[in-house]
Design a protein around this ligand. Structure first.
Ligand SMILES: NC(=O)C1=CN([C@@H]2O[C@H](COP(=O)(O)OP(=O)(O)OC[C@H]3O[C@@H](n4cnc5c(N)ncnc54)[C@H](OP(=O)(O)O)[C@@H]3O)[C@@H](O)[C@H]2O)C=CC1
Ligand SMILES: CC[C@](O)(C(C)=O)C(=O)O
Ligand SMILES: [Mg+2]
Ligand SMILES: [Mg+2]
Length: 345
């Protein structure tokens, strides 16, 4: 079994007399900045003016433009969208990088695909939580954590591993477990996971199930509950107890259907396609396409994004969730906080 690192493996004094600049205050940024601060680390936030800037100020951070934040810090964590990182790095971070600086990422995309090539005299590493940023914060507040991968790309000071573990500790990830990897492995597995299983595979599975039921004349409300709402309840059981734990709670009829029909739906053809998706990632085809899509101002991304919002499962889902305020209580609280912050500024 791979070595898994926990709280006791981190030097909890590492950040004494060191400052971290968290660049970006979105999903990951707000969580890293707040968790690190709650762990006693001195944090400044680097941003452009706008919504995130206001949120960070309202959360009590000292906020600077990216260059100023990077310049005054010992550790620079880049939590900008992957597709924006290269431009911001070239224009605002690279000019102020100095020997001994540590440059950090939460995903290896730009370093692995050579979009960012840091100078040889800085440490380069990643700490990548294996979960959405809002849950990195929420679980931390609950006394738990989201596991994280860490990897070292350059270790000039000899301290990069110690920093990675201290950072993972600071954001709460070593409560759940930290695993050492490489930029290549983190990047390729993360892209594969989100495309084939966690996001792409799942949304396609949910829509296909919903469409199959509604096209056969069943009520959309019922199809929504069956194919989307209940998914969380089933996944919660898998999260707690694996496949076996989930199967313990479902009926034997459901378990028999799981065994005989599951492999008919996700069959060998699907697995072959998954392998082709993985090959596209490994050979850089996916990265190239995503970089070009952004250079062209996202025509395909925007068109699909708009049409997805109109899918019947979204319409019925919005109506049903409005009747279940407890379902998105956390999202609503976050939204309220953002609206209050905007009103204040
Ligand atoms: N989302 C997630 O949970 C996960 C993300 N990651 C990785 O974390 C990194 C950050 O992703 P994510 O948190 O999703 O990003 P978000 O899109 O949620 O947030 C991006 C932040 O960057 C700011 N920003 C955007 N452009 C600029 C700019 N030109 N100058 C200054 N600030 C800017 C945004 O501010 P503004 O309000 O001004 O737009 C916002 O605060 C990525 O590398 C991603 O792959 C890794 C694991 C999970
Ligand atoms: C699953 C999507 C993710 O990789 C994540 C939350 O871990 C991301 O890039 O947002
Ligand atoms: Mg991920
Ligand atoms: Mg990802």
């Amino acid at each position: 079994m791979a070595k898994v690192y926990y709280n006791g493996d981190a030097n909890q004094q590492y950040f004494n007399h060191k400052k971290v600049a968290v660049i970006g205050y979105g999903s990951q940024g707000h969580a890293h900045a707040q968790n690190l601060r709650d762990s006693g680390v001195e944090v400044v936030v680097g941003l452009r003016e706008g919504r995130s800037w206001n949120n960070a100020v309202n959360d009590g951070f000292s906020v600077y433009n990216v260059k100023e934040a990077a310049e005054q810090a010992d550790v620079i964590m880049i939590l900008l969208p992957d597709e924006r990182q290269t431009a911001v790095y070239n224009e605002e971070i690279a000019p102020v990088l100095r020997q001994g600086h540590a440059l950090m990422f939460a995903h290896g995309f730009n370093v692995h695909f050579n979009q960012i090539v840091p100078p040889a005299d800085v440490d380069v590493l990643l700490v990548a939580p294996k979960g959405p940023g809002h849950l990195v914060r929420r679980t931390f507040e609950q006394g738990a954590g989201v596991p994280a991968l860490f990897a070292i790309h350059q270790d000039v000071t000899g301290d990069a591993r110690e920093l990675a573990l201290a950072y993972a500790y600071g954001i709460g990830s070593l409560r759940a477990g930290g695993l050492e990897t490489t930029f290549k492995e983190e990047t390729e597995t993360d892209l594969f996971g989100e495309q084939a299983v966690l996001c792409g595979g799942l949304t396609s599975l949910v829509k296909a199930g919903f469409e199959t039921l509604t096209e056969a004349g069943y009520q959309p409300e019922l199809a929504y509950f069956e194919c989307l709402h209940e998914l969380k309840l089933i996944v919660d059981l898998m999260y707690e107890g694996g496949l076996e734990g989930m199967r313990y709670s479902i009926s034997d009829t459901a378990q028999w259907g799981d065994f005989v029909s599951g492999p008919r739906v996700v069959n060998e053809e699907v697995k072959k396609e998954m392998k082709r998706v993985l090959t596209d990632i490994q050979q850089g085809q996916f990265a190239k396409g995503w970089i070009l899509e952004n250079q062209a101002n996202r025509p395909v991304f925007n068109a699909i994004n708009e049409s997805e919002k109109e899918h019947p499962i979204e319409k019925v889902g919005r109506e049903l969730r409005a009747m279940m305020p407890f379902v998105n209580q956390n999202t609503k609280q976050a939204e309220k906080k953002e609206v209050a912050a905007l009103a204040k500024n």
